[in-house]
Design a protein around this ligand. Sequence first.
Ligand code: S3P
Length: 185
Amino acid sequence: MNIILIGFMGCGKSTLGIRLSYRMKQPYIDTDKQIEHQEGRSIQEIFDTDGEAYFRSVETGVIEAFIRDGLKDHVISTGGGMPVTKDNIPLLKRLGVVAWLKCKPETVLMRLADDRTRPLLQGDDKADRVRELMEFREPFYRECADVTVEVDNKPIERIMDEIFTKSKGVWKRKKRMRYEQDTYN
Ligand code: S3P
């Protein structure tokens, strides 16, 4: 079963993804790292040279390729804007169980206070930017998520336990739905 982690920048997708991959003994993929590798340049450079729209198209291409290649039994962490491209939502849902790491703006601001790697959070008005962007994105995360876990002030082991508990049944249901689609279409 693929587990896909979504959520705002700084909510802990990468850290949790690596820990989950150890615990589940499944390989780990970070879509941002994959994009940087594919493009041979950093996310910041991609934004600076070709703009956000281009970056978003590469993001979608990465998920499409996972589906085309039949990727399975991986832990996948995604960039914070992945579900905001509407077309990505059905693709992510098809790829596996989608877990939303939900966090408060304060958590993000504390974790990313000195961050220089997120193009969307540079500038002086970081606090406003995080609040606005988070509010705007919430409906997209909610729609995309199969399970939601609030992560603020929670130990990582507990977050993982919650993901497992809440994911029970979701995967079986998804597999059954796919089987029925294959059978009847
Ligand atoms: C982005 C989040 C980043 C990265 C890019 C855009 C976003 O990933 O994909 O800077 O739009 O939220 P993280 O969520 O891993 O920081």
